[in-house]
Design a protein. Sequence first.
Length: 152
Amino acid sequence: MTSTAGRGFVVSEDECLANTRKGKQVLNVKAPDEARALALIEGEQVASIGENRKMVIFPLDELPEMTRGAGVRLQRYKDGGLSDVKTFKASDGLTWFDTAGRTFTLSMKELADWRGNRADAGRIAPKGFPRTNKFGRSTANGKNGEGKNGDT
């Protein structure tokens, strides 16, 4: 769970369920910051990309597991904020979908330039990465999960 300021944490699905009609607040943010991206954990690596097209990849164990809060900094930004976040298995590599629905995959060896520590600034996204700065999500029908406005 992440915010536009680039802060986030790991939260259990059970901790997000509410018993009241009003719901439950999990991510604490202050204006103008707001919730930005939610990624299901599918591996041991985290890829974070900012609005400035810079991407950093770091191990999932650098993120704390919390029940609620503001979280820790995922990536450092001089301007802009977080655009998207994704978790993946190192053995499978990082996969993303472009606007035409094509799938791109880079192995961890090819991603060596983007690997770093949590809260690093990162480097410009790899060649072929979408201009929307979104990884896209695959769905059951094989098409990417982007809506009309490019949100995932």
